[in-house]
Every structure is written in C-alpha cells, then in structure tokens.
Design a protein around this ligand. Structure first.
Ligand code: GLY
Length: 375
C-alpha cells in the first residue's frame, strides 16, 4: 500500500493525543460531536483502548504507549479477581489486548497468571453436552431472549477462543484447546448457514445439548446476515485454523470470507446488516477492520491466487476506510475510524467512532507493517 506509512503516522499521532486526553479513562465511542465518551472497566469494550496502545508500541517502539497501557493494568486485574460477576464470554476481548499483551510484550508473570485465570473463567462457561461456550449471562430485564442466554452461543465468541488456545500452550494442559476446538466445530455446524452466511446467535436444548435455532440480537432479523457477525466469522475461523490446523476451519474461513467480500457495497464498505447491501444504508466500518485482519491472515494459508485476492481485498477495505471513514483533518473527531455501527435497532453508537472499530483497523495496519500480532 502506497500510503501505509501515512496511515501509521496518523494512528501513532492521534493515539498519543487521545491518550493524553483520556488521562486514565477508557474511550469507547464517539458522541454526536465526534468526541469520545468514556466507559467503565465493566464495559465489554474496555480492553480495546489499552490494546490500541500496545499495538502502537509494537509499531513504533515508543515506550510512552506502553506506559499509558500500564496505567490500566490494576483495574483489569481487579475486575478479573474481584468483579467476577461482570464477566462473560467477552473475557477474551478484555484480556487478550491487555494482560496477555502485557505478558507477551513485557514478560510479566502476574499477567501470565491473569491470562490463565481468564482462560479458566472462560472455560467455566463450556457446556459439555452441547460442546459450546455460553455467551452472555442471563439478562433479567430482556424477556425470553435474556432468559435464553443460558443456552446461547454467539458468533463473536470465535474471537475469544484465542485465549483458550494460548492457555493450552502456556500450561501444557490440553483442556483449553479441546474446548476451544469443540466450540469452533459446533459453531461451524450451527451458526454458519449452508450458504455460508451467519446467524448472530444460536440456541441449544438445555436437556440434550442438541442445536435448537438461530436468533439475532444485533442484526436486522433472525434470517439476515449481520455484517460484523460475518466479519467475526472470517477472523475467528481463520484464527481457529491457525491453532488447530483443522481443514474444516480453513474451508469455513474461506467460504465466509468469500461471502463477506461478495456482499460489500460498491464502495467496499459493509452495510451494517448485509440485507441492506447497496441500498445506501448506514455502514459498519468496524466490520471492515475485523474482516481485513481475517483476510490478511487467511492469505497466509491459501493458494497463491487466493492469497493475492484476499490481500487485495483487505487492502481495498482499508483504502475504503481511509477514503470514506477517516477524518484526518478533523481535529474534533477523536476516534481513528468513523462510520461504525454498534447496535442499529437500539440506536446505540450508530454511524460513529467505536473503539473496537479503531482496534481492528490498527491491528490490520500492524500486520501490514510487519509488527507482532497479539493473538
Ligand atoms: N461482541 C459484540 C459486538 O460485536 O457488538
């Protein structure tokens, strides 16, 4: 990419400015004026901001990013050990970019322990009968849907498997690997539809563990294909292949990637739900960054011509983010990437900057720059 160093400079400069402004708070999404709002440590998105700081360190070698990242360490450890009730399957999104990254970068033994303890907490959610990891805790105030969370897996969880795979490597205990692999296989047979689009969530029978039905939460309908969910599938199955070398995961990564690419709007942005593709609907630019990460990695596992296609597709996604979603000259817009959509139907963070949109964009750029990846 001709403008790679320009994009990297943009990320590094803006992140330092954001770190100074954040001053120990956790940016999560932009408001209508483009200013960051800040979340609590209990937010599922809390890990992405320290994760961006860690990637900026890996791309630049500048210790200032690491010092900023370090300032969040105590809060993450405190959540892990003292606020267990706030944890669900998102433990991977929380602890991969933070404690695991801190262990990888600095070799800290307390972060090694936190990583394994986080993996243990995720493993507690594994349903042996159905061979899947339960996603969310029960939501008392969301009717039947919230109650059914006890028997629900979601596509997002493919991304959290990395902490289990790593825990097996770190401890030599295969139990984490087996659960992660089984979850991936169950997800592949249920959430992934025969046409390689994806459900957002899937329910299982509590008694027998047998698959029941697909349902959406953040997508448009149970039968539609939520674009961020499809992106989680692309990156998640690719990662599952990295750790297991199961051909079925590679085939699923390829098929879901091909579907994702074929569903993009003409400007290479994904509509927030693919049922609205090429209708001028609001996009979800976070799906672009997630898919770009998946495609860049997938290109390492396929034939030369497929590899070229996936690399080019990832670069087109990034070019589109740069041209359509990055407001380099707007000092008032604080996120790196605009036009992300958190939860369209509930009007939460629609067409805004969202911290995971920034994180996966930075991760994709880190890969293109040859920087080390944190899972
Ligand atoms: N993991 C929740 C989301 O993608 O919004």
């Amino acid at each position: 990419m001709n403008n790679l160093s320009q994009i990297k400079d943009y990320i590094l400069k803006k992140t330092l400015e954001n770190a100074e402004r954040a001053s120990g708070r956790l940016p999560v999404a932009t408001d209508k004026d483009g200013r960051f709002t800040y979340g609590k440590i209990e937010d599922w998105r809390a890990g992405f901001w320290p994760g961006i700081l860690n990637y900026c360190y890996l791309m630049s070698g500048n210790d200032r990013y690491l010092e900023y990242a370090e300032s969040y360490h105590t809060a993450f450890v405190d959540r892990l050990y003292n606020k267990k009730e706030t944890l669900d399957h998102d433990i991977g999104f929380l602890y991969i970019p933070t404690e695991y990254a801190r262990y990888k970068i600095k070799g800290c033994s307390d972060s090694l322990k936190a990583t394994i303890d986080a993996a243990d907490s995720l493993l507690e959610r594994y349903n042996e009968k159905g061979k899947y990891i339960v996603a969310w805790n029960v939501w008392e105030n969301r009717g039947e849907f919230g109650k059914n969370n006890v028997r629900r897996m979601i596509i997002d969880c493919m991304m959290n498997l990395g902490i289990l795979f790593e825990a097996s490597e770190l401890t030599g205990d295969n139990k984490y690997f087996e659960a992660a692999k089984n979850h991936g296989l169950t997800c592949m047979k249920t959430i992934v539809r025969p046409d390689f689009t994806t459900f957002h969530t899937y329910l299982f029978d509590m008694e027998t563990g047998k698959p029941d039905k697909g349902e959406t939460w953040q997508g448009h309908s149970d039968s539609s294909c939520w674009s961020r969910g499809q992106a989680w599938a692309v990156a998640g199955f690719t990662m599952a292949y990295r750790y297991t070398k199961e051909k079925a995961f590679l085939d699923t990564a390829i098929a879901t990637a091909d579907k994702f690419i074929s569903f993009l709007d003409d400007n290479y942005l994904p509509a927030w739900d693919f049922v609205f593709r090429n209708t001028g609907a609001v996009p979800d630019a976070s799906a672009s960054g997630i898919a770009a990460c998946g495609l860049l990695e997938l290109s390492e596992y396929v034939t030369e011509s497929k590899a070229l296609f996936y690399k080019e597709s990832a670069k087109k996604l990034i070019d589109s983010l740069w041209n359509n979603c990055i407001l380099c000259n707007d000092e008032n817009f604080e996120a790196l990437v605009n036009r992300c959509t958190g939860f369209y139907d509930q009007d939460i963070d629609v067409d805004a900057g969202i911290i995971y949109g920034d994180y996966y964009f930075v991760k994709a750029i880190a890969k293109l720059c040859g920087a080390q990846w944190i899972i």
